[in-house]
Design a protein around this ligand. Structure first.
Ligand SMILES: C[S@@+](CC[C@H](N)C(=O)[O-])C[C@H]1O[C@@H](n2cnc3c(N)ncnc32)[C@H](O)[C@@H]1O
Length: 319
């Protein structure tokens, strides 16, 4: 098997830090995934599960956030241009003020600094899809928890805990390899679910029901949207395999009372401190518990026992 095929089908980390991402729940989720030949994420976000599992014959990532989708398309189709944007350019070509990069050799990766983060957040005006993708990628890798909503976006990089800029190019290249042949779309979920091929497995990870999710995402998901989603899934229930993950609330239990199985699940995760927080007295990052409801329309005894080799690629802290 060539190394190219090998990477395409391996577990890799999401290229992004993503609010509500399922990075820490990957093993639990993968243990409930049944065999399938078509796989679709209508609410892709950082795509943690897609990147953790092997690809199948048909793979699709969809999200309503056009900036996020633009970055996926750029990584899939023009990874070298993106890598080039994220390096210091000779000054006449550069859109980045010289004083912000003067210690950096031409051709070296832009450093992760508060000044550059502020520049990309407040001053930079992208003029092409490539510049939009480069700006988004820089901010995503250097903002606290990868929160991309500008009102709630803060500097959040730590040299010890975050992926360092010298590793971004490799991350972009291996992501690009995995994205080859993947359909990437920018539509509302209903278009995707209603048109999914018969028998496809859909991993459904919408914004939470009871969370101030307008803090995190660009598009607000209303209570009506939650009902619209449940109705859409119910009308496609007979022809698709559905894995739905939600916050565990009575309203969601009621909306999905027609499902085959519901499981309460818990997992641990840690939010690392950033350079700005390093004077705090606690030695480690803060520990949290993820608690969600896994809702399936199939029997979990059909699930594959799937153990991806996370050790090859992931270092749980470098996200
Ligand atoms: C909880 S996040 C998905 C996280 C992802 N599973 C991961 O591991 O990173 C929810 C995503 O739904 C997207 N979204 C919100 N409203 C949507 C809609 N109407 N149609 C499609 N996607 C939508 C948001 O932009 C966000 O990326």
């Amino acid at each position: 098997m060539s190394s190219y095929i090998c990477v395409m089908n391996s577990s890799i980390n999401s290229p992004f830090r993503y609010a509500g991402g399922k990075f820490y729940a990957r093993k639990l989720i993968l243990a409930h995934i049944p065999s399938h030949t078509a796989y679709i994420e209508p609410f892709a976000g950082g795509g943690s599960i897609f990147f953790a599992k092997p690809k199948v014959r048909f793979n699709q990532l969809n999200d309503i956030d056009d900036e996020l989708v633009n970055v996926y398309l750029t990584i899939r189709d023009n990874p070298n241009d993106l890598i080039c944007f994220l390096k210091r350019q000779p000054s006449e070509k550069s859109k980045i003020p010289e004083y912000l990069t003067e210690d950096v050799l031409v051709g070296s990766p832009l450093p992760a600094t508060k000044e550059l983060h502020g520049f990309f957040k407040n001053e930079f005006k992208p003029k092409s899809t490539l510049e939009r993708a480069g700006c988004w990628f820089y901010l995503n890798r250097t903002s606290y928890s990868g929160i991309m909503n500008t009102k709630n976006m803060y500097w959040g990089y730590g040299d010890k805990y975050s992926m360092q800029p010298k590793n971004w190019a490799q991350n972009i290249m291996r992501t690009s390899q995995k994205l080859q042949g993947v359909e990437i779309t920018n539509l509302d979920f209903e278009n995707i679910i209603d048109k999914a091929p018969n028998g496809a497995l859909l991993f459904i990870d919408p914004p939470y029901f009871n969370a101030a999710q307008d803090k995190f995402y660009q598009h607000f998901f209303s209570k009506d949207d939650h009902s619209r989603l449940a109705a859409c899934l119910r009308r496609n229930n007979h022809r698709l395999k559905l894995f739905i993950t939600y916050d565990n609330t009575p309203e969601i239990r009621e909306l999905y009372s027609w499902a085959t199985e519901m499981h309460d699940k818990e997992w641990n995760y840690c939010l690392q401190r950033t350079d700005d927080q390093k004077n705090r007295t606690d030695k480690k990052g803060e520990r949290y518990k993820g608690k969600e409801l896994f809702i399936l329309n199939y029997n979990s005894n059909q699930a594959l026992i799937f153990e991806p080799d996370f050790a090859l690629f992931s270092s749980g802290s470098l996200v």
